[in-house]
Design a protein around this ligand. Structure first.
Ligand code: ZN
Length: 673
């Protein structure tokens, strides 16, 4: 995703959400996982939650539902357990129509992913029952599937959205458009959800709509329904399902807990709609009345969602995909499936030996699992099918060879897929450049570009000749320039060359022991002395480094702003270090690199790092935009304050100790704190 879609913009406008603490590109970066939730201020986090919620409910989500829960809502909960956002009803997206006071408030359902929390909640119910003189056995629970549809309230005459829980929008028009109540039920059964049969969605709608929410929103929004939507309504595949009419299990707390898995499994699969958990509620009116509600939810009702989710899915096809290393990976294309909040269409089948041995072919039936936000995986193959094993590379048509469990395209020098993926990997890894995604790379490849060096030495004329527009060409050149001037860690730059076994972590490890200038001459034995380098890795890495050496320096000498990783041995020299044993705080915006980099460098020089200034702080390093209050506070505590520039001068003098004037100067400075 590179910007909001027109639909997303429209949803945000209708919901009255204007960007104030975040920019659109910050939102996009978060959604694409290019920046982290931890870096957000509280206000930004809440703004992001509102945007994510509105777009999700409007049918054009920027992130999946579970990511909203696990990553963002949890972050807010951890920071401020009583933050008002957590106790407000997350509004459904708004649609055209007059808003009205709801006949009864429609609150959110409190939810948990933990069985321990569920049990705690049930104990609370028992306590409340005791208060009204009731034994645990007398408490009746009702368990229903938790529909993942569009919530609305049907008073018999009008249908309202949930809105903010108290005021909703009149969307009675969906009944005028022919929508029926589930099971040919009567109107006026209160709260429920607009849902679509999963099987119908997969068969007829998945091509047109990205997810079921998208479709539900279209029933409400569009003035002229498309023929497929009309068919879904006419065939009663799309219905309004009142909660009161849902299939349910009834019983006591003890019965429920003793048969938990059985009951939960049965209820989950009792309807052919998207279900994202079960709802447990107390039936006894006395207890309900006593428990009441918060502004957010009824205390007598709880949704239980399972973190780990499974689905049984049919494989439609298995496609070979050649990676940058030449491995040909099998990607199983699946019938679209909802797993813990995300729509899954593809899953990797790891390697062709697995495909061959397990019979993963078109028509096979697999069990798919996805736990939390992890990439989904094939748990087991339930029904085998004839596998399709490719003979030739899908990209260059070269005959494939087996290497242990993998099929390999041996055409390393001019297989388009290998080269394109290698180029793309570089830009994905250095991360400070936009515009060089697979489409651009494909076009450049088609125009004869094969190396990063060729990309970095492109000029405007060449790009225009290749058929790029004036604006795009300039933008690409600007981006390349930017990627050279922005600070770039040496280990990230090295990792971008994609040597097998040399991911970001391994590159950082290596460069903590050796300088860039030294690594290409290292033998496998020397590499073995670096932690985490085992024998096979060391041999492969030594070879890989030699292979890229020329390409590496060609690019390097174009002049990137490379930040050198401090050697671990520098930390050992800490008796010479001006930072040895000092307690340091960094504050403000740093210009020489990220604050994290400065911290890790200081640690390597023997410093201890703290987050805030106290009487024990030795040194406060200030970057840009530091408030006077903070400075005065530090001065008041007798803390030595030093600018980022002076700090860098201080530690760089330590790196190359020699008896020069500069060194004496550094000692003089050092004695001040
Ligand atoms: Zn190939």
């Amino acid at each position: 995703m590179q910007s909001f879609s027109p639909l997303q913009q429209q949803i945000l406008l209708k919901a009255g959400i204007a960007l104030s603490t975040l920019t659109e590109s910050q939102v996009i970066q978060l959604a694409n996982h290019d920046s982290q939730v931890e870096s957000l201020t509280d206000d930004q986090l809440v703004e992001f939650l509102k945007i994510a919620n509105a777009t999700y409910r409007g049918g054009a989500p920027i992130i999946p539902d579970d990511e909203y829960d696990f990553r963002y809502l949890n972050e807010l909960r951890t920071r401020h357990p009583r933050h008002p956002y957590l106790s407000s009803v997350e509004p459904e997206s708004s649609f055209e129509g007059k808003t009205v006071e709801l006949p009864v408030p429609m609150l959110s359902t409190e939810k948990t992913y933990s069985k321990a929390d569920l049990q705690k909640w049930l104990r609370g119910i028992e306590k409340e029952a005791a208060n009204v003189g009731m034994e645990s056995e007398q408490i009746r629970l009702r368990i229903t599937p938790k529909l993942d549809g569009y919530a609305a309230y049907d008073d018999g005459q009008y249908l309202y959205t949930r809105g903010d829980g108290h005021r909703g929008t009149d969307i009675t028009r969906v009944f005028d458009r022919g929508l029926s109540v589930a099971g040919n039920g009567k109107r006026g059964q209160g709260a429920g959800e607009i849902v679509i049969l999963k099987s119908f969605f997969v068969r007829h709608l998945a091509e047109k709509f990205e997810n079921t929410r998208n479709f539900q929103a279209s029933i409400i929004r569009e003035k002229n329904l498309d023929p497929l939507t009309e068919k879904a309504i006419a065939e009663k595949a799309a219905v309004f399902y009142p909660f009161a009419a849902l299939p349910a299990w009834n019983g006591s707390i003890a019965e429920f807990l003793s048969k938990f898995d059985e009951v939960a499994g049965e209820i989950r699969s009792s309807v052919d709609f998207d279900v994202d958990g079960i709802v447990i509620e107390v039936v006894n009116e006395d207890i309900k009345r006593n428990l009441g509600a918060t502004r957010h939810h009824h205390r007598w009702q709880l949704a239980y969602k399972e973190n780990l989710e499974k689905a049984i899915v049919q494989v439609l096809d298995v496609r070979p995909q050649t990676s940058r290393s030449g491995r040909v990976n099998p990607v199983a294309e699946l019938e679209p499936t909802q797993l813990s909040g995300a729509s899954i269409r593809n899953v990797t089948a790891h390697h062709y030996r697995m495909v061959e041995e397990n019979g993963i072919g078109p028509g096979a039936v697999i069990e798919l699992i996805r736990s939390g936000l992890v990439i989904p995986k094939i748990e087991k193959v339930l029904i085998k099918a004839e596998p399709k094993i490719p003979q030739c590379c899908p990209s260059c048509d070269t005959e494939l060879i087996w290497q242990r469990d993998y099929l390999i395209c041996p055409n390393t020098s001019d297989c388009p897929a290998q080269i394109e993926n290698t180029l793309e990997h570089f830009f994905k890894t250095i991360k400070n450049v936009d515009g060089f995604g697979s489409q651009t790379i494909k076009r450049l490849y088609a125009e004869g570009i094969r190396t990063l060096y060729a990309i970095y030495t492109l000029d405007k004329d060449k790009l225009l000749q290749m058929g790029f527009g004036e604006k795009t060409a300039q933008n690409l050149l600007d981006q390349l320039q930017r990627s050279k001037t922005q600070p770039l860690e040496d280990w990230r730059f090295l990792a971008a060359f994609g040597i097998y076994h040399m991911g970001l972590g391994m590159c950082e490890k290596l460069l903590q022991h050796y300088r860039l200038q030294e690594i290409f001459g290292l033998t496998a034995d020397q590499l073995l002395s670096v932690e985490r380098f085992a024998k096979i890795t060391a041999n492969a890495v030594a070879e890989g480094l030699q292979r890229i050496e020329d390409r590496f320096w060609n690019l390097y000498h174009l002049g990137f702003n490379i930040q050198t990783t401090p050697l671990l041995t520098e930390g050992l020299k800490s008796e010479n270090s001006p930072l040895a044993g000092k307690l340091i705080v960094f504050t403000g915006a740093m210009t020489s690199g990220s604050r994290e980099d400065l911290k890790s460098r200081a640690k390597a020089l023997g410093a201890r790092i703290a987050g805030s200034v106290t009487g024990k702080t030795d040194l406060l390093v200030v970057g840009k935009n530091v408030g006077a209050v903070k400075m005065n506070d530090a001065i008041g505590k007798g803390v030595k304050i030093i600018s980022e520039e002076d700090y860098l001068a201080l530690i760089s003098q330590n790196r190359a100790p020699s008896l020069t004037d500069a060194d004496a100067q550094s000692e003089a400075q050092f004695s001040l704190f």
